[in-house]
Design a protein around this ligand. Structure first.
Ligand SMILES: [Zn+2]
Ligand SMILES: [Zn+2]
Length: 595
């Protein structure tokens, strides 16, 4: 009875959410006990935990966090009931004002203005009273195992011009065992943090001189990227795509027609003026690919057309949300736009979906979650394009998903106004889902740019247009890949595939000869000629996650061989140079993720 099971799971998730929000109230209770001048703002439950934002007279120290934890534990031990009540607005404002809780007063005033409310919902536990919609657990004793994790700066209302607040993050779980498991997960995630690995493995960086959210790829990261791009090019050529190249800026008029200046303006940078015309940095490639389509009259015989480009786009993101490679201000999309006739749509969708899955699989992402976002039935006026085409497109997507035997979640009403889509999320080695690829219909751009092809009947028709990103952003994909593999890239991607380790200086010459032979065979190789001990060199190579270490000494020179170790610690013993070279080459060629 899978449905009952799913419903049960949903209930458990909801209860956990309620418990975490209740834990946030316990934290606020403890805070007011400990620092009575504290002003409270908001304290929601979030994924895996909760936070509360406070305006405090001083900066919290780790000792304060410890003290707050102990107080929270006591409050949980006291099993205070969460009592719900309704309070008239005026009374509530008066109450919070006399308590000095000015942020709560502001929240109530906003509710009054936006929703014309006359009463507010209040929860009380012990002496602590909070403005809150609920729901809550029956009492503080029902809060399970919790831990306060860290503090961070935050702004009231997320507005950099408003009061700076201190956010205290915590996590809460049903049992002590669940909590321990989660803390272990956090520790593992921390070890795999791509920002840390990027530094340790010398892959990329961000510098103050260039500016936040703008990444520079170092030689090693650049090498991985170039291999990713080579594979991208090779697979797209085989997949029937055509490569196009387009500029980084375009006239305001273009972005006006495309609609970006209407609905995407806050993510676009201020225009530059050239010859009294305004130009914008591109936040997307689509209008440019459309220009390629429109460069000549298209006949039904030309379709389908599949244009692709690794196009660098720039989008404004607030500095507070920038996060390593995962959220940046400039990135390169592996973008594609497909144009086809209605009757070609079904086969085109199967083809593009299969293409995406194959490529994700090559990168070692086999655990996928798919979502089909559709329009909201009955609200057709909110969407661009003909209702009939929306239905055709959705049916086509469903058919493609079914034909490939894929399970997916249907998200009604989640489609953008311009078309339904399928999103592909990968689940990484730590079980975290990441949104990567998108296959997105567009009924808006073909209409606003008046795209046409001449049909068999000699008259003009409108093509179907599909946006398709596979890596999404190359930067973000790389960051996720880095975390998924914990920096130990599969051999085909590894920036250095083999390091040659001479035991003593007198073995350096032979080491260089071996390196030359491997390099000749297209293997990315380094020689570690530092006058360190062999074991130190091996340890460093392992820290750099280099797949193969080839140790050379007197015996190897005599035998024309290398002594092979792999980064997992396994010792493969002596191999003739040619044999070792073939082994590394084969492994790289197979794009396998084992060494
Ligand atoms: Zn609450
Ligand atoms: Zn697009």
């Amino acid at each position: 009875m899978p449905q009952t099971k799913a419903a049960g799971k949903e209930q458990a998730v909801e209860r956990l959410h309620t418990m975490r929000h209740s834990a946030a109230h316990v934290l606020a209770t403890a805070m007011l006990e400990y620092i009575p001048e504290a002003k409270l703002t908001i304290g929601p439950a979030i994924d895996d935990g909760f936070y509360y934002d406070f305006d405090l007279p001083r900066t919290l120290t780790p000792d304060d966090i410890e003290e707050l934890s102990q107080r929270m534990q006591r409050i949980i031990g006291q099993d205070q009931q969460f009592a719900h009540s309704i309070m008239p607005v005026e009374e509530a404002k008066e109450f919070f004002r006399t308590q000095g809780q000015t942020y709560k007063v502001e929240l109530i005033e906003d509710l009054e203005r936006e929703a014309q409310i006359e009463t507010v919902s209040i929860y009380q536990n012990g002496d602590f009273i909070d403005l809150c919609e609920g729901p809550h657990l029956e009492s503080t004793g029902a809060v399970g195992a919790f831990k306060l994790l860290r503090t961070a700066g935050a702004y009231w209302r997320g507005d950099e011009n408003r009061q700076q607040l201190q956010r205290v993050y915590g996590t809460a779980w049903q049992t002590e065992k669940d909590l321990r498991k989660y803390l272990k997960f956090l520790e593992e995630a921390e070890k795999r943090d791509h920002r840390r690995l990027g530094r340790e493995l010398d892959l990329f960086s961000f510098t103050d001189e260039i500016g936040p959210g703008l990444v520079v790829w170092h030689a090693k990261g650049g090498h991985v990227r170039s291999v990713m791009e080579d594979y991208w090019r090779e697979s797209h050529r085989a997949g029937g795509y055509e490569f196009v190249y387009t500029p980084h800026i375009g006239k305001a008029n273009l972005w006006q027609t495309s609609g970006h200046l209407n609905w995407f303006a806050e993510n676009m940078y201020a225009p530059v003026e050239i010859d009294e015309q305004q130009y914008y940095l591109k936040p997307m490639n689509c209008p440019f690919h459309i220009q390629v389509y429109k460069s000549r009259t298209r006949s039904y015989r030309d379709l389908p057309l599949r244009y692709t480009e690794t196009g660098t786009v720039y989008r404004y993101e607030r500095s507070g949300v920038l996060h390593g490679l995962l959220r940046v201000r400039g990135f390169t999309q592996d973008d594609a736009h497909l144009f086809c006739r209605p009757e070609q749509m079904d086969s085109e969708l199967v083809r593009v979906l299969k293409f995406c899955l194959e490529i994700l699989e090559t990168y070692g992402f086999e655990d996928l979650q798919l979502e089909l976002s559709t329009w909201k039935q009955g609200e057709t006026s909110k969407y661009a394009g003909e209702a009939e085409n929306w239905e055709l497109a959705e049916a086509g997507l469903v058919k493609a998903l079914d034909e490939l035997d894929l399970t997916y979640k249907r998200m009604e009403g989640e489609a953008a106004f311009y078309g339904p889509k399928v999103d592909i999320k990968i689940v990484d080695v730590l079980g975290r889902p990441w949104q990567l690829s998108t296959i997105q219909f567009d009924f808006w751009l073909p209409q606003t740019f008046a795209l046409e092809y001449i049909g068999e009947d000699g008259s003009p028709h409108r093509p179907f247009m599909i946006h398709r990103a596979l890596y999404g952003s190359i930067e973000r994909f790389f960051g996720i890949l880095l975390e998924h593999y914990g920096g130990a890239f599969p051999v085909w991607l590894a920036p250095v595939q083999t390091v040659i380790i001479p035991i003593a200086d007198r073995h350096n010459e032979y080491a260089q000869e071996v390196a030359a032979a491997l390099s000749e065979a297209d293997i990315r190789v380094e020689v570690d000629t530092r006058s360190e001990r062999m074991n130190a060199k091996i340890r460093d190579a392992q820290l750099q996650k280099i797949p193969y270490m080839a140790v050379v000494g007197d015996r190897e020179i005599e035998a024309g061989a290398v002594n092979v170790r792999v980064r997992t610690g396994e010792n493969r013993g002596a191999l003739p140079i040619a044999e070792f070279s073939a082994m590394v080459r084969d492994c790289a060629a197979s794009r396998s993720d084992s060494v």
